[in-house]
Design a protein around this ligand. Sequence first.
Ligand code: C2E
Ligand code: MG
Ligand code: MG
Length: 601
Amino acid sequence: MRSNVTAVASPLDARCNHESDADAAALSGAVLDALPSPTVLLNPDGKVLLTNSAWEAAVETADDDRIDGGAGVDYFAMARRACGKAVGEKIEDSLRALSRGERASFAMDYSLQHPTGTHWYHLQASRVDQVGQVVVTHTDVTDRVHAERTSAWQAWHDDLTELPNRAALHRLIDAELRRPDRPPITVLFLDVDGFKDINDSLGHEAGDDVLRQLAARLAERTRAEDTVGRLGGDEFVVVCRGCDTADAEALAHRFQSIFDEPFHVGGRTAGLTASIGVATVGSGDPSDIRSTDLVHDADLAMYAAKRAGRSRICVFSSGLRDAVQQKVLVAGELREAIETDQLVLHYQPILHLPTGQVDGVEALVRWQHPERGLLSPGDFIAVAEEYELIDPLTNWVLGAATLQAAEWARLGLPLTLAVNVSAATLATGALVDDVAGALAASGLPPDRLIVELTETTVAEDPARAAAQFAALRITGVEVAIDDFGSGFSSLGQLGNIPAGVLKIDRGLVAGAGDRGNQSAAVIAAVVALARAFGMRALAEGVETVEQLTLTAALGCTFAQGYYIARPMPADELQRWLQERAAIGDRDRRASAAVRLSSTAH
Ligand code: C2E
Ligand code: MG
Ligand code: MG
């Protein structure tokens, strides 16, 4: 704005002699013009002495009554008009102080409301001479501020749902926990049951869509004083202020009702449920508790809820933490036990009812613990499954049991060997290879091996079970469905599962033989169903002669249970079989019953 240069009194008169005033002013104008940002030169009272071209252009573009571009204008009054009283006064005070030499420089960011939206400027001022003239530049930093705000927003929010993210939740909970007068704080940890199935069956985009819908529903149900956020995956957290455990449980039930309505994805509807863990810090609880502890406790409770079944709520207790610590300890010991051969196998005879002969055994693992004695599988299989020890355990069992069965075959005892495999092993997909490896190493023929999987394992993922069963049977290995009748899988599903043996759970067998009990009718139905699908039925947990007689009469092909024999170590089994052969079969009575049953095959 060179025209202004001549319109005002010499700006640099303290420094320049009179002859060179015009030259100095021209030089000042040229210097200001070289600056890309809108710039003004002010006298100590805030009067505009000089402006540059960028300033002039900016004033013209802004077309804003509050901003006057001309020389001689009161810059301080303009600042108050444009930026508001508080900011304007701050600018005036700071520039006056700068002019008096009380400070070396002054910089601040301020915003201006334009019809197009808010613009941000960086004001930078320096004193240019002894008189106290001040040069002020104004750089438009709107893009930078937007970028900073976006990245700050992103740092604390989840991209998918726009809810507060893990970092934001922890920051918020920590801040709440540090408040001196803090009310009770509860964390609800919510995890969708079987969310993986949604992703697997409908695709990841559908999964993302469900998570967005769920986030919206959760946000809708969250009270104004509470906060909902997403930790990641299908895990959400609700932070509730002033909630004791009872309130929080009621709240958890309210969140569960979110799932009453199905979710709509890709033109389909999907029914979902969630497991919720609840953890509370009371106002009187220790002050050193951190957010990570509280969320971890809620997470533990959520896992306990999950283990109890779908759609459950579990409230954290210190017992839960102790149980986890205990499990971690057991897992460590078990890892060592597998490596140092502390595991042992017991074998339970299986009676072939039509012949009355024991022609097979089931291998059942035990742990000879150095301090706790002989532990049964119920004490450690679940830990093995949870802590990724089930593969080494299954391989150990497969290896040891097939070697033992091959050894018996060499001794003239050709027994069929049944080995239990858990869901976690089926999930790894390594089962077929592991079985083949054990058979190759031991030399046991494949048709001597039966792999047992429980009904619940099969029901968890029938398609996967069917595929692996089929692959096993192609190699000649038989497959049995264990504990049938203990879960609630659909009977109709059985037809799609290529298994050869159906083991009827001892819960059903226990009632058989009691007068008026329905179990006999159920067993008869299960046997008929097994037959229809080409399977042979085995009665588990036979404890009395009545049960043995009845299950044989109902058409079971095999029986197993304490009445016949308890599980026993390999050498004991050998003696038991020899004694049995020598003294005759004490179950002849049962065999007589079997002969009555023309239906067994
Ligand atoms: P399961 O495969 O159904 O094995 C039968 C269980 O019932 C055995 O318990 C056996 O001792 C018990 N039992 C047999 N006859 C009777 C009876 O007449 N009455 C009663 N009350 N019980 C009887 P155990 O050895 O404690 O095994 C429990 C479960 O642990 C097994 O159930 C099986 O699911 C699992 N398991 C055992 N060994 C292994 C293994 O090597 N790997 C895996 N993954 N699981 C195993
Ligand atoms: Mg079994
Ligand atoms: Mg069983």
